[in-house]
Design a protein around this ligand. Structure first.
Ligand code: FE
Length: 340
């Protein structure tokens, strides 16, 4: 052997080794969803695929920070989080790679997927208006009605620092002029029964104790409270409210997604894709939506019985990528309107 061959062989061996790595049998999931809720689903994935799922659970914003801090060395393969606004933030941070999967494209409507394929919506959440018996008399049928003067002191809604309200306004920005939308937001602030406090559940509880008659909240909170009759106070509170599907004669009720993306730096990219494909499959769609009382992203998947009771509704068809694109303007608008 001459002097050139040895390093050459060494390099060839390295290339061959890196190209022929035995497929790993694990995937690292960074999840902003409650582990206890998604565990049955992940166990199902493991039993079908033989791929072990290692879960790191934390708050959505903390996970994104962590991935950014870990940089090239991040063990994360998949980020699973809620809200298209947050998925967009992750995309803007440049942490995702694009997903190209026939199965996902077939099962998940394009409205719920990032235009560049960097994230995929996996469950749908709806943010309608809920009213007490008394609240029905206001004849609310649109989000726009929330600013009407007759609703003065009637509305309970959480803070605008929460992304759910930011995304609602971001969706409205897609169809309304910023000026008129700001007037609307100012009207909503005027109509608030109290300074925004607590989460969506707390708004439902506040209506039940007579603090307000009109609530804006995600339906899975209401369904969750209705699912547990042993918590008598919460059950009664949720049971005292009726869901109004807003804007049924025009753009439809505001929806959002929980979803996932594959990390650009993922050490187990193939398994990451397999996990997301599994979550988009019929069986997983039903399980995934039902554990959290959300709606499946895939059409024609069975709904939880509590959701069936509220009946069919028309959903806003705006592409959910818009929620992220309009987020900064929505935050500024809410700020100017004085929505705490
Ligand atoms: Fe939530």
């Amino acid at each position: 052997m001459n002097k050139i061959t040895l390093p050459f062989l060494g390099a060839m061996t390295a290339i061959l080794l890196s190209g022929c790595q035995a497929p790993s049998n694990e995937v690292n999931l960074y999840s902003a969803r409650k582990e206890a809720l998604i565990k049955p689903l992940l166990d199902q994935f493991t039993s079908e695929s033989g791929i072990q799922v290692n879960v790191i659970s934390s708050k959505a914003d903390a996970l994104l920070k962590r991935i950014e801090n870990e940089g090239q060395n991040s063990p994360a393969d998949v980020l699973l989080t809620t809200d298209a606004g947050r998925l967009h933030r992750a995309k803007s941070a440049g942490i995702f790679t694009s997903i190209n999967s026939e199965l996902i494209n077939r099962n998940i409507p394009s409205q719920y997927r990032d235009a560049e394929g960097e994230w995929v919506g996996l469950s749908v959440r709806v943010r309608p208006i809920m009213v007490t018996e008394e609240g029905k008399e206001f004849g609310i049928s649109r989000y726009e009605d929330l600013a009407k003067p007759q609703l003065n002191g009637q509305i309970c809604v959480r803070s605008s620092s929460n992304i759910y309200n930011q995304s609602l306004v971001a969706a409205m920005l897609a169809v309304s002029e910023a000026d008129s939308l700001e007037r609307w937001a100012t009207g909503v602030v005027t109509n608030m029964a109290r300074t925004p406090q607590g989460g969506d559940r707390d708004q439902i509880r506040a209506a039940a104790t007579g603090q307000c008659n009109v609530v804006v909240a995600n339906t899975y909170y209401l369904a969750n409270m209705l699912s547990n009759e042993e918590n008598t106070d919460d059950f009664a509170a949720a049971n005292s409210l009726s869901v109004i599907w807003p804007n049924q004669d025009d753009r439809g009720a505001h929806i959002n997604v929980s979803g996932a993306g594959v990390l650009k730096t993922a050490p187990n990219k193939d398994n990451a894709l397999k996990l997301i494909e599994f979550l988009a499959s019929d069986k997983a769609q039903e399980m995934y939506a039902n554990v959290n009382f959300e709606y499946p992203a895939k059409e024609d998947v069975a709904l939880h019985p509590i959701l069936l009771k509220w009946g069919h509704f028309k959903a806003d068809t705006v592409s959910l990528g818009i929620l992220g694109e309009n987020n900064a303007n929505a935050v500024k608008l809410l700020d100017r309107a004085g929505w705490k």
